[in-house]
Design a protein around this ligand. Structure first.
Ligand SMILES: Cc1cc2nc3c(=O)[nH]c(=O)nc-3n(C[C@H](O)[C@H](O)[C@H](O)COP(=O)(O)O)c2cc1C
Length: 185
């Protein structure tokens, strides 16, 4: 009996070690970004954890098989100030081959000429550092004039608009996480 319980424990430990890990990074001082981050966490389940980007070293991102980054767009198409403070440190890391998926919060009616530009600015940080951007999405259900998040007809991440399309958030998160699990884990 003791022998069986030891073997079962070993199998569980081995499985845990082999399990791929997902880190979801955003600022815990945000409103909607935090709430969407928590919903993404629930969708991934036990393999994921949320991390406050303002309280850790940027090397923390290297601990995960899949890194999910969240940021809203502020001030006519800019990143929030806290990200601007973190980015110089981030640029010292090497993300060669690391799968990185970006989610962004925006408002397509209030800011139709800069909708969700944060995706673009995040991609500009991580792509030159060797990251493999994943989780591109279809812009068909949105209504805006311009967005830097669009590349070759797709969004280079997930865009959530809690102000004008909150009813679509649940499905958007579910589809995105399903695709990321299938491709990266
Ligand atoms: C001052 C201000 C500027 C904003 N600028 C943009 C913008 O340029 N593009 C956009 O898509 N959304 C913009 N938004 C909308 C926010 O991205 C949106 O409200 C988001 O849900 C905020 O998330 P947070 O509470 O996590 O920061 C702006 C909001 C504010 C208050």
């Amino acid at each position: 009996m003791l022998y069986i319980s030891i073997v079962v424990k070993l199998i569980i430990q081995l499985n845990y070690k082999n399990m791929k890990k997902v880190g979801i990074f955003y600022s815990f001082n945000t409103g909607k970004t935090q709430s969407v981050g928590e919903r993404i966490l629930k969708e991934f389940g036990d393999i994921a954890e949320v991390v406050d980007i303002e309280t850790v070293s940027t090397s923390k991102l290297l601990e995960y098989d899949l890194v999910v980054i969240g940021s809203s767009t502020w001030y006519d198409g800019k990143l929030p100030d806290y990200w601007e403070d973190i980015i110089p440190e981030m640029k010292k890391e090497n993300f060669e081959g690391k799968n990185i998926a970006i989610f962004g919060l925006g408002n397509q009616q209030g800011y139709p000429d800069n909708f969700g530009d944060s995706l673009h600015y995040m991609a500009e940080v991580f792509t030159p550092l060797g990251a493999n951007l994943v989780g591109f999405t279809d812009p068909a259900q949105y209504d805006f004039n311009e967005s830097k998040a669009l590349k070759d007809g797709v969004f280079i991440g997930l865009l959530i608009d809690e102000e004008t399309q909150p009813e679509l958030t649940k499905e958007r998160i579910a589809n995105w996480v399903k695709e990321l699990k299938a491709k990266c884990l």
